[in-house]
Design a protein around this ligand. Structure first.
Ligand SMILES: *Cc1c(COP(=O)(O)O)cnc(C)c1O
Length: 359
């Protein structure tokens, strides 16, 4: 069996070691004679799985007791509604920063529930840069500021955390666990699992405890962070298999040296790929170099009519899922934690040969 080089933006590559472990205990988890999928979520065995996953995540990110960690469903997209419903009254104003397709989607949902001020947008530059913070139009007394630290589609990543008096809410779906962060700078961090954590459907939500009392009375129970926190993320049946597998990914990251080690690996992969792009007259990346993403690297070919051939020849070499998002075209290589340096090297080698042949 060979594993292809998988550059999918999400659901994305998972560590082979983790999948092998899952395979080995799929039918009989820890001598129970049943799969972990077949256990009650309220059994002491599964409650232990959930607690261990949470503790590992807390160690990795340095999350202290001022924050609750929630395992939610509905993906990151559900949080686009959960954020306003948990944190703002309908007549409050919130600030949202728009730097790409995901923060734009969060804006559209936010507007359904609360009065939104777009504090900054870089849409007129086709989301290739971030407006300087001094130019942002922040609202005095805003209930929160929402932004997306890494835009998965555009490959645009913040190199700073916004400074504002309001709680900062971050959609970290495609950047969480790629490097250390200072959790205390944030009111809420949420992240869909299928980029850098585990299987799709699970969404991690890290909420500062003092924000838990602000939900609207009419919030659906399933969206309420307070209800989730009061029930240890088991108000209803949680996505048990996804939680178990995510816990194994956390263990894998710890065994590799934690987030400082991950950052070094990720920086090396990204610089390998950006260097090939920058050294060539054939490939280009449209993003302001200060804000290039460590995780998602979009690039275009000088001649777009070669796109199809590029993808076909790449696929023949087991370099998969390089097609850019339908909204932006071109190519995109997502190089999350589970994508090895050897996969990036194989991609760069292919890109060289393709350029020599057709460039
Ligand atoms: C993938 C992604 C989402 C959407 O996640 P779903 O689980 O499909 O809802 C939202 N935000 C960002 C930054 C993403 O990368």
């Amino acid at each position: 069996m060979t594993r292809a080089h998988n550059f999918c933006a999400g659901p994305a590559a998972l560590p082979a070691e983790v999948l092998q472990r899952v395979q080995s205990e799929l039918l009989d988890w820890q001598g129970m004679g049943a799969s972990v999928m077949e256990l009650s979520h309220r059994s002491p065995e599964f409650v232990d799985v959930a607690e261990r996953a949470e503790q590992a995540l807390r160690r990795l990110l340095g999350i202290n007791d001022d924050y609750v960690v929630l395992f939610q469903q509905g993906g990151a997209s559900q949080q686009f509604a959960s954020v306003p419903l948990n944190l703002a009254r309908a007549d409050d104003t919130v600030d949202q920063v728009v730097t790409g397709q995901w923060s734009k989607k969060a804006l559209a949902e936010g507007k359904r529930h609360v009065s939104v001020n777009v504090a900054s947008t870089s849409e007129d530059s086709n989301f290739s840069t971030i407006q300087s913070e001094s130019e942002w139009a922040l609202t005095e007394g805003a209930a929160y500021l929402h932004y997306c630290p890494n835009e998965t589609i555009g490959g645009l990543e913040f190199n700073f955390v916004p400074e504002t008096g309001a709680p900062v809410i971050a959609d970290m779906s495609s950047t969480i666990l790629s490097r250390p962060i200072d959790v205390s700078r944030f009111g809420v961090i949420y992240a869909g699992a299928q980029k850098n954590i585990g299987p799709a459907g699970l969404c991690l939500v890290i909420v500062k405890r003092d924000l838990l009392g602000r939900a609207r009375a009419e919030i659906p129970a399933m969206l309420s962070w307070k209800i989730a926190a009061d029930n240890d993320s088991m108000y209803n049946t949680p996505p048990t298999f996804a939680m178990y597998l995510s816990g194994l990914v956390f263990d894998w990251i710890e065994a590799k040296g934690g987030l400082i080690a991950m950052q070094a690996l990720n920086e090396k992969k990204a610089s390998t790929l950006y260097n090939v792009i920058d050294a060539s007259g054939f490939y280009s990346n449209p993003v302001d170099v200060r804000y290039r993403s460590l995780m998602n690297v979009p690039f275009t070919l000088a001649d777009a009519s070669l796109d199809k051939l590029f993808l076909e020849e790449a696929e023949a070499e087991q370099l998969l899922n390089l097609k850019g998002h339908r909204s932006v075209g071109g190519m995109r290589a997502s190089i999350y934690n589970a994508v090895e340096q050897s996969s990036v090297d194989a991609l760069c080698d292919f890109m060289h040969r393709f350029e020599t042949k057709y460039g």
